[in-house]
Design a protein around this ligand. Structure first.
Ligand code: GTP
Ligand code: MG
Length: 341
C-alpha cells in the first residue's frame, strides 16, 4: 500500500479495494489438499463421504470426520480448526443478507392458499422438499412449477428454464401440455424449456446434478429450477439393510451439497421429492418419517409434508422454514394443476 501513497485520495482507495479482492480470491482457491497433514488417501475418503471442500470440513463435527476417514478425534479436531482458519468463515452484514434476500424469486403453485403458506411460492436460492405418501401430489407439484417457473417474475415465475431429473419415469409431457394450456401458455415452448434427464441409478443421478453447472456456465442456459423427483428412491432401493445406511447417508449428503451450492450460487430453485416410511412404533395413521432423515432435512430450507385430506383433497403442511410460521393449506389436484378447495 505504501508504494502507492500519493496526494490523490481516490487512487489510494481504489488500490486498497483491489488488494482486498485479490486476498479474498486467493483464500477461496484453497482446497482440501492445503490442509496440513492430510494425504491423498484421506482426501479421497473425505470426498467419498461428501466433504468436497474446505467449508465442508470446517463445519463438520470431529465425529463425522472420524467416521468418514478413520482418523483419530484429535486429528479430526486439528483439521477442522485448520479448515476454519484457512477459510473466510466470514460474517456477512445483515444488510448484505437482506440484499441477497431481495433477489429471491418465488414460483407460484396456482393455489393461493399454498402460496400464502409458502410466503408467495416456492423460493429460489434454496432447496424445497416435499415428502409424503404415494399419490399425495409431490410429482404433480413438480410438473406445475416446471411450467410456472417459465412465467415472467411479475406473473409468479422466474423467466427461466428447467432441469428435471426423473428417477422413476413419472415425468409426463402430456400433463405439461395440459397444465400449460390451462395457464394460457404455449405448450411446445414450455416443453422445449424443460430439459428432462432420466436417472437410472443413484450414481447417475448424482452425475446429472453435477452436470447442471456446465449447462449454466458453459452452455449459457438460464436455469432457474432444478427438479429431482424422486430424490431418495434410488438411494433407498440400492442401500438396503442397516449396515449400508451410513454409506447411503454419505452419498445423499454429497448429492444435497451439490444441489445446495447450485441453488446458492445461481439463485435457482431446487425442488426435491421424498418418500415416507412408517415409524417402527406406528401401527396406523399416516407414516410421517421422511426418508434420508437428518441429511435431507438439514439440507432443505423449506420442507412441506403432503397428505391426502377428505374427499380427494390434499393438505400441505409447512414443517420447516427459516422464517415462515408453520401452518397448513388445503388444495385439490385438477386438470389445471393444483387449485384452492
Ligand atoms: P409417488 O411418486 O407415488 O410417491 O406419489 P406422488 O406424491 O408423486 O403423487 P402424484 O403427484 O403423482 O399425485 C398423484 C395424484 O395426482 C393422483 O392420485 C391423481 O389424483 C392426481 N393426478 C395425477 N395426474 C393427474 C392428471 O393428469 N389430472 C388430474 N386431474 N389429476 C391427476
Ligand atoms: Mg411421484
Amino acid at each position: 500500500m505504501k508504494k502507492h501513497k500519493n496526494e490523490d485520495g481516490t487512487m489510494k482507495q481504489e488500490t486498497k479495494v483491489i488488494e482486498i479482492k485479490m486476498e479474498k480470491e486467493i483464500k477461496q482457491e484453497k482446497t482440501l489438499e492445503d490442509l496440513p497433514g492430510v494425504g491423498a488417501a484421506t482426501i479421497e475418503k473425505l470426498q467419498i463421504a461428501g466433504f468436497n471442500d474446505l467449508m465442508g470440513v470446517a463445519v463438520a463435527t470431529p465425529g463425522e470426520l472420524t467416521d468418514a476417514t478413520g482418523m483419530t478425534e484429535v486429528a479430526a479436531k486439528k483439521i477442522i480448526a485448520a479448515g476454519r482458519s484457512m477459510l473466510d468463515m466470514g460474517f456477512s452484514s445483515g444488510l448484505d443478507l437482506l440484499e441477497k434476500r431481495k433477489n429471491v424469486m418465488k414460483i407460484t403453485t396456482g393455489s393461493k392458499e399454498v402460496d400464502k403458506l409458502l410466503g408467495g411460492g416456492i423460493e429460489t436460492n434454496g432447496i424445497t422438499e416435499t415428502y409424503g405418501q404415494y399419490g399425495s401430489g409431490k410429482s404433480q407439484i413438480a410438473h406445475i412449477i416446471a411450467i410456472r417457473a417459465q412465467l415472467p417474475a411479475d406473473k409468479g415465475g422466474t423467466d427461466g428454464k428447467v432441469v428435471y431429473i426423473d428417477t422413476e419415469s413419472t415425468f409426463r409431457p402430456e400433463r405439461i401440455v395440459e397444465i400449460a394450456k390451462g395457464a394460457g401458455m404455449d405448450p411446445d415452448k414450455v416443453l422445449k424449456n424443460i430439459m428432462v434427464a432420466r436417472a437410472y441409478n443413484s450414481d447417475h443421478q448424482m452425475l446429472l446434478a453435477e452436470k447442471i453447472e456446465d449447462l449454466i456456465v458453459k452452455d449459457g442456459h438460464k436455469i432457474k429450477l432444478v427438479v429431482v423427483d424422486s430424490l431418495t428412491a434410488h438411494f433407498r432401493a440400492e442401500f438396503v439393510g442397516r449396515g449400508t445406511l451410513a454409506g447411503r447417508q454419505q452419498k445423499l449428503n454429497k448429492h444435497m451439497h451439490v444441489l445446495s451450492k447450485l441453488a446458492d450460487i445461481h439463485n435457482l430453485c431446487v425442488y426435491v421429492t421424498n418418500q415416507v416410511m412408517a415409524k417402527p412404533d406406528q401401527f396406523f395413521g399416516d407414516p410421517t418419517e421422511a426418508i434420508g432423515g437428518n441429511i435431507v432435512g438439514h439440507n432443505s430450507q423449506t420442507r412441506i409434508y403432503l397428505r391426502r385430506g377428505k374427499k380427494g383433497t390434499r393438505v400441505a403442511k409447512l414443517v420447516d422454514s427459516p422464517y415462515l410460521p408453520d401452518g397448513e393449506a388445503g388444495f385439490v389436484i385438477t386438470g389445471k394443476g393444483i387449485e384452492d378447495i
